[in-house]
Design a protein around this ligand. Structure first.
Ligand code: TXA
Ligand code: MG
Length: 334
């Protein structure tokens, strides 16, 4: 619980479009507090990346091990370059093309980024998010001397990411100072992470900026991207980096996933005839809608406390790759 004047309180809910609320979010962050922020992907748990005490609070609130590095959010490309000691051609091209947007870039860090933000690593992951209130917030933080906003997804470590302010309140309401409510997230899945320190560039986490988007953009500039698909990478246990943990984004009810509706139906019948209660995660007609609503649906199904939840995997292409990735992790053995 957050303590103020000896009392425990829950997070203040601030409106992103309310001027006084917005200024209050900026003030809390500059004083070293924790504010959950809206982005187009998922809500982030924000702290001033230049303030080590604020960063330490993020790890405590999330229950996250201190060697897990945090993404740093900045207002624009120029700010991103300042955080890097070796801004590669691939980083420049991807940043120029996809920012603000659901793409994060891994690059060698400059001395501007404190080591506690990166969990002791020599690299940093940077993103310019596409939410007007958060972009404005970032501009104000930079103007006050901050290098950016360290913000992992605003959920407890290993659990499903939040896509509304209410999700954040449920998960972390007693542990943070405020939530800036900017509405439901448009994309609904965490950003694509590209390692731009590698040559060829490497996609570490699939997201709404697809492999095709990244590869074709880089190809226009004569830059390569690794040929290894996400499915191949996932088979390789040595490739598991922090946050690429196999069991991640997990609801508390056991989740089983299937390639087709027919297979799901067969499993449903067999569970029900064995007396087990079943929740089927609804599958929207297109992958944009599936991505946007997936985490909210997982939370709703989870709250019904069935014995098992069942979901269908989309095809491994385009946005489907990212949805599959999250569903497979959510269903992995813990
Ligand atoms: O869409 C997103 O990226 C959201 C929103 C809030 O921006 N953020 C997000 O943060 O998903 P988080 O911390 O939940 O996931 C970031 C992932 C983690 O798996 C972390 O381990 C990895 O990126 N990461 C961050 N910095 C890294 C680094 N220097 N080296 C390797 N992995 C890194
Ligand atoms: Mg996360």
């Amino acid at each position: 619980m957050v303590e103020r004047d000896g009392h425990t309180v829950t997070a203040k809910l601030l409106g992103a479009n309310d001027e006084a609320d917005f200024e209050s979010a900026v003030r809390i962050l500059l004083e070293g507090g924790l504010v959950a922020i809206p982005t187009e992907t998922v809500y982030g748990l924000g702290a001033d990346a230049s303030n080590p005490e604020a960063v330490a609070r993020v790890f405590a609130a999330k229950g996250r091990p201190a060697n897990h590095p945090l993404i740093v959010h900045v207002a624009d490309l120029e700010r991103a370059r300042m955080l890097s000691s070796d801004w590669s051609a691939s980083a420049e091209v991807l940043g120029r093309t996809f920012w603000p947007g659901p793409l994060s870039i891994l690059t060698p860090k400059s001395e501007v980024v404190p080591l506690d933000v990166t969990g002791g690593r020599a690299t940093v992951v940077i993103r310019v998010p596409r939410h007007p209130a958060t972009l404005r917030l970032l501009t104000e933080l930079h103007a006050a001397g901050s290098c950016g906003l360290a913000a992992p997804s605003a959920n407890r470590f290993g659990e499903v990411s939040p896509t509304t302010a209410r999700h954040v309140m449920t998960d972390l309401g007693g542990k943070i100072d405020a939530i800036l409510d900017g509405g439901a997230c448009e994309v609904g899945l965490e950003s694509t992470i590209v390692d731009c320190s590698a040559d060829p560039a490497d996609i570490l986490r699939p997201g709404a900026i697809t492999r095709h988007n990244v590869a074709s953009t880089l190809a226009e500039h004569g830059i390569g991207v690794t040929s290894r698909t996400h499915a191949e990478r996932s088979q390789d246990t040595n490739a598991i980096a922090p946050g690429m943990l196999r069991s991640h984004y997990a609801p508390s009810t056991r989740l089983e996933v299937f390639e087709t509706d027919v297979l799901l139906l067969a499993a449903r019948q067999s569970h029900e005839s064995a007396g087990r209660s079943v929740e089927v995660v609804p599958r929207p007609p297109d992958d944009f809608e599936y991505s946007r609503s997936l985490y909210a649906m997982l939370r709703e199904c989870d709250a019904r406390r069935a014995d098992v939840m069942l979901a269908v995997l989309p095809a491994d292409e385009g946005l489907g790759t990212a949805i599959r990735d999250r569903l497979l992790r959510a269903s992995a053995d813990r």
